[in-house]
Write a protein that binds this ligand. Sequence first.
Ligand code: SAM
Length: 288
Amino acid sequence: MIDDLPPLREVVARHGLDARKSLGQNFLFDLNLTGRIARAAGPLEDVTVVEVGPGPGGLTRALLAGGAARVIAVERDSRCAPALAEIAERYPGRLTVIEGDALELDPAELVRVHGAGGPARICANLPYNVATALLVKWLEAEPWPSVFDRYVLMFQREVAERIVATPAQRADYGRLGVLCGWRTRARILFDVSPAAFTPPPKVVSSVVELTPNPEPPPCDRQALSKVAQAAFGQRRKMLRQSLKGLGVKPELLLASAGIVETLRAEEVDVAGFVALARALRELTVRPD
Ligand code: SAM
């Protein structure tokens, strides 16, 4: 027992929260597991945690019981509101529930408006259908680093592998690995079996920790995204071929970046992509 609130299965039954696939709803009822995820984000004293998709509130309760000064929970499904209101009542002044689509909200702005003033983190069992889009949005935030000093997030294992991938894991390495490697240090903390969720998803999940890199090598994030998209869009081809279509001669771009033109995307590390993004910027920005 982490608190004196009713068991989650009872909460879900009482409020009729049958899981909806369209909302990526796979709930966690095991308080040991939600406690483990919350501890991965801790220690939480003085910390404001943004949680996306609290659902019936299993992880929310673990974060609050774990000492979070404030939890700002963004939930799209209005059916969850009564269950979350019960948690807010149990932890007066510490839980703010925002009903809305996390893709349309700026979590840093939520912290500015509702935060407790100390450090801020994002911790969530993400809805799988929008998990990658949310991560990309958060990591492309400007200015960098943003207010968050850690992100502890559950993804499908396959996405987690792409997040932490480097050229050493060729098949998994792609645009996501470049973005995560540029702005953060990412690692997989532990796996979670499908049996831990209700309903169980088809695949294994992983909890990932991303720690912002306070000084990522400077480059324009849009240029980085463009070169990575072009290169990995045709990952089997050599860069002198796949980088056609960026508005500059690939040979010139590659020479300026100091990258061998016969390499393929998956052989270029994050520093190489940063060099390509800088070269693209330099070669395409024309004086007025
Ligand atoms: N945190 C709960 C748990 O661990 O049991 C639920 C996690 S469930 C995987 C994902 C949650 O995200 C659901 O409650 C779902 O309604 C919510 N959700 C789905 N899409 C969302 C969105 N775009 N913005 C905010 N919440 C969303």
